[in-house]
Design a protein around this ligand. Structure first.
Ligand SMILES: [Zn+2]
Ligand SMILES: [Zn+2]
Length: 123
């Protein structure tokens, strides 16, 4: 079984704006920097070890219209984006936080587009 929906065909990175991914199944995902930071999958941000989860400000997967000005005043900024093997991206943030490994499965599951918000992909 080939999981093309978690296989990126093309990844475009802008450290100030975010990441865009074209998936092999033809889907397109666009993640703003703030959104990516809010969905950081590391233990600290998710509270996996009993720590207080980082508060999410814009992390709701709803189909509400996005704030049109949001992309121009991102709180966050990425300083390094590197691929991890063939399965993930590691993002280092401007404040030095860099323990989040964003697997492509995770990225696909948090795709903020209206279609995915209505019918979330299986991670
Ligand atoms: Zn984190
Ligand atoms: Zn989507």
């Amino acid at each position: 079984m080939t999981l093309t929906h978690t296989d990126p065909e093309h990844i475009a990175v802008s450290k100030s704006k975010g990441i865009e991914i074209d998936w092999k199944d033809g889907h397109h995902s666009s993640y703003g920097v703030d959104y990516l930071r809010d969905w950081c999958p590391c233990a600290t941000c998710t509270g996996a070890h009993g720590t207080e989860p980082r508060p999410k400000t814009a992390a709701t997967k709803t189909s509400e219209p996005a704030n049109p000005f949001q992309m121009f005043k991102s709180r966050e900024r990425m300083v390094t984006i590197e691929t991890v093997g063939n399965y993930a991206l590691r993002i280092v943030w401007v404040d030095g936080h860099g323990s989040g490994i964003y697997s492509f499965g995770h990225l696909r599951s948090i795709c903020p587009c209206a279609a995915c918000a209505a019918a979330p992909a299986q991670a």
